[in-house]
Design a protein around this ligand. Structure first.
Ligand SMILES: NC(=O)c1ccc[n+]([C@@H]2O[C@H](COP(=O)([O-])OP(=O)(O)OC[C@H]3O[C@@H](n4cnc5c(N)ncnc54)[C@H](OP(=O)(O)O)[C@@H]3O)[C@@H](O)[C@H]2O)c1
Length: 259
């Protein structure tokens, strides 16, 4: 019963690990002894984050564009050339787009759905051979998908492709989980509430909006890096080995309805 939350010695890939929630997750894993590969499109930012995290452990930058099948294949080939197995895949990279309903651009809807759903499926599919390598009944390989509280409720402002994509991956995770469970691979989702990031900067950088958002959360605060890193560590350690197909809201209670 000791060390239930250890992830030491595992190998992970965190997509969108250069900043925001992905960086928080990567930092939590690196600090707890995981060798973490992070990817993002902007190589310079990805390299800089990997350099910062390398001061506390092992972090490698593998820039990639996950919006294309070729970008996904190139990324998986890079990981496969360096590692025998992949223990943890964190599908975290995501995008959003805001526009009024009547003017919503088709291309924007497709872009959000493509990165937030299609790429999650394709990357997971292409990583399966590496995930299978180290998977065992006592210590399954883990896939975690960053969904959102917006995939679970309508408590925040309507955002059509974003909330549809985040609800979509929750159901995708259930089907993937059931399919790969016999191979000792778990698939779960996180549903974060508001966390500091570029995606949320439009709201959280405005002091009035920030305090309104914090005040709308039952636990009365914005998420901290430890909140999301802790949830991932739970799902990826011995503690979470018997959990699959689930969605863990890390949202200060927002999914229960605004405070
Ligand atoms: N922040 C929140 O409050 C919140 C709440 C709920 C859920 N989420 C979810 O959490 C995840 C991370 O969001 P965030 O808020 O941290 O956003 P963010 O600050 O915008 O970070 C997004 C990350 O994904 C990368 N990325 C974007 N497009 C990519 C592509 N085509 N290929 C590879 N990487 C790509 C970005 O790097 P490049 O731009 O260099 O590619 C960056 O590293 C998303 O799935 C988001 O929907 C966020």
């Amino acid at each position: 019963m000791k060390n239930l939350f250890s992830v030491e010695g595992k190998v992970a890939l965190v997509t969108g690990g250069s900043r925001g929630i992905g960086e928080m997750i990567a930092e939590g894993l690196v600090a707890n002894g995981v060798r973490v590969y992070i990817c993002a499109r902007k190589a310079e930012a990805c390299d800089a984050t990997a350099a910062r995290l390398s001061e506390i452990g092992e972090c490698i930058s593998v820039p990639a564009d996950l919006s294309t099948e070729a970008g996904i294949t190139a990324l998986v080939e890079q990981i496969a050339s360096a590692e025998e197995q992949l223990d943890i895949l964190i599908n975290n990279a995501g995008a959003t787009w805001g526009a009024p309903l009547d003017d919503f651009p088709v291309a924007a809807f497709e872009k959000v759905m493509n990165l937030n759903v299609n790429s999650v499926f394709e990357l997971t599919r292409q990583c399966l051979p590496l995930l299978r390598k180290g998977a065992s009944a006592p210590d399954p390989s883990r896939v975690v998908i960053t969904s959102s509280v917006e995939g679970l409720s309508t408590s925040r402002q309507a955002n059509f492709p974003y909330s549809a994509s985040k609800a979509g991956v929750i159901h995708l995770a259930k089907h993937l989980a059931k399919t790969v469970a016999p191979e000792n691979i778990t698939v779960n989702c996180l549903a974060p509430g508001p966390f500091e990031s570029k995606m949320m900067a439009f709201a959280l950088d405005n002091p009035d909006m920030r305090s309104a958002i914090a005040g709308s959360i039952p636990l009365q605060r914005i998420g901290e890096p430890e909140d999301v890193a802790g949830a991932v560590i739970y799902l990826c350690s011995r503690a979470g080995a018997y959990v699959t197909g689930q969605t863990l809201a890390v949202d200060g209670g927002l999914v229960l309805g605004p405070a």
